[in-house]
Design a protein around this ligand. Structure first.
Ligand SMILES: [Zn+2]
Length: 91
């Protein structure tokens, strides 16, 4: 499951940006979306933009991609159609 949250500093509480990636995995630089452009090495670990302290993922929430949302909508429509069909037969 994809999660999205704020990259928050353990030392000063500064939010350097956001991170999107697979839940329960390491905070990889590829999922990092900094608030401001950074001129650091993209392969380096994510650090606080203010004090260079260690960071953690705060307020992480599940993210669903559009393909999955479409599939859920389609399944809901199918269930509604199925239930409507069942009511017609019972009546
Ligand atoms: Zn900091």
């Amino acid at each position: 499951m994809l999660v999205k949250g704020d990259i928050k500093c353990l030392h000063c509480g500064h939010i350097s940006g956001q991170w999107v990636g697979k839940g329960g995995t390491a905070l990889t630089p590829s999922g990092y979306r900094p608030r401001q452009e950074r001129d650091e090495d993209p392969e380096a670990s994510i650090k606080c933009a203010r004090c260079h302290g260690p960071v953690f993922l705060d307020d992480a929430a599940a993210v669903m991609n559009s393909h999955r949302l479409r599939r859920i909508r389609r399944m809901r429509a199918q269930i509604a159609a199925f239930e409507a069909h069942g009511r017609d037969r019972a009546a």
